[in-house]
Design a protein around this ligand. Structure first.
Ligand code: G3H
Ligand code: 13P
Ligand code: ZN
Length: 333
């Protein structure tokens, strides 16, 4: 009886994100791996960011991963975010294109959080056990995969530690992913994709001024040799475009020594084993630069649409550029 009820429940749940019109990452990554491009994973916390992401993905005919962090769930309310994502599917159709859209939990830290997301319609989750010791990371990741499989939800794991500080994610130093560990990790956990540490980091200050902003393509190549055709994920992949930093500083901001990952290096990574690239900070900079400019040049303005609108336009332009010139995922929807 219990098993029967459970199977009914699971059947219901399986259909859940699919009922919302969302997809998991399985096919997207298989195609990206074959085609030498990466799927964009853009973080969102509010309506304008979501509008810009969907509009850019529709205009470029690109699949897209809507990425929600634990911090975003706290900020925007988990229920509202889930309805926004459902609305995003309808919005894309209204704009004229039925693009594949994934709703993904970014940096999940527990099975409990993963469950809550899957139950509210997420089609993909990350379980980030990278700060745990190796065996504990394997055990946590495996437990999440076992659960997520029941619902056909895809799971991203992580090996290696990225430096950088965000609301919920922080570490002072890098620990590069050890190529000797990846095969064992992927086999034992059965994850669908693997985030690796090769010198990218979260936030706007990725390299010390005067040092060479370079990611370790040699480690990526080694990892790809150990797990051929397996989807690799790069976090911390904002490029911190100087035009946004300059505009922020011109209109009263103070961002010093902000340095990101050069876009040509990300393009190379996307052409090789990397199937998903995470970008959040560049969007934050684009929005902030646009808002600062409006507020500084039109001090009497107090209608939020007058500064959030330009911020949304700047974001859309950024995402279109990323999709075409960095990810290469245009015309792959
Ligand atoms: O990797 C972290 C993402 O940029 C999300 O940042 O935790 O501040 O929402 P957040
Ligand atoms: P950035 O801070 O470089 O945009 O990285 C975002 C990220 O990795 C989200 O998981
Ligand atoms: Zn990240």
């Amino acid at each position: 009886m219990y098993n029967f009820l459970l199977s009914l429940l699971i059947k219901d749940m399986q259909a859940f994100y699919k009922q919302l019109g969302l997809v998991n990452t399985h096919n997207l990554f298989a195609k990206a791996s074959q085609g030498g491009y990466a799927i964009p994973a853009f973080n969102f916390n509010n309506l304008e960011q979501l509008q810009a992401i969907i509009s850019a993905a529709v205009k470029t005919s690109s699949p897209v991963i809507l990425q929600v962090s634990a911090g975003a769930r706290k900020y925007a309310n988990q229920t509202l975010l889930r309805y926004l994502a459902e609305g995003a599917v309808a919005y894309a159709k209204e704009l004229g294109k039925n693009i594949p859209i994934v709703l993904h939990l970014d940096h999940g830290d527990s099975l409990e959080l993963v469950r809550s997301c899957v139950e509210s319609g997420f089609s993909s989750v990350m379980i980030d056990g990278s700060h745990l010791d190796y065996e504990a990371n394997v055990a946590l990741t495996k437990s999440v995969v076992e659960y997520a499989k029941l619902y056909d939800v895809s799971v991203e794991g992580e090996l290696g530690i990225l430096a950088g500080v965000e609301d919920e994610v922080s570490s002072k130093t890098h620990t590069y992913t050890e190529p000797d560990q990846v095969e064992d990790f992927v086999k034992r956990t059965e994850v669908n994709s693997l985030a690796i540490a090769i010198g990218t980091s979260h936030g706007a200050f990725k390299f010390k001024p005067g040092t060479n902003p370079e990611i370790r393509m040699d480690i990526l190549t080694e990892i790809a040799k150990r797990i051929p055709h397996f989807p690799i994920v790069l976090h911390g992949s904002s490029s911190i475009p100087h035009q946004y930093v300059d505009q922020i500083n011109e209109y009263g901001g103070k961002l010093e020594n902000a340095i990101g990952i050069p876009e040509d290096q990300l393009r190379l990574a996307a052409k090789s084993a990397v199937c998903k690239i995470n970008i959040d900070s560049d969007g934050r900079l684009a929005m902030t630069a646009a808002i600062r400019k409006v507020l500084a040049t039109s001090p009497a303005e107090f209608d939020p649409r007058k500064y959030l609108g330009p911020a949304r336009d700047a974001l859309e332009e950024l995402y279109i550029h990323k999709i075409i010139n960095v990810l290469g995922s245009n015309n792959q929807a």
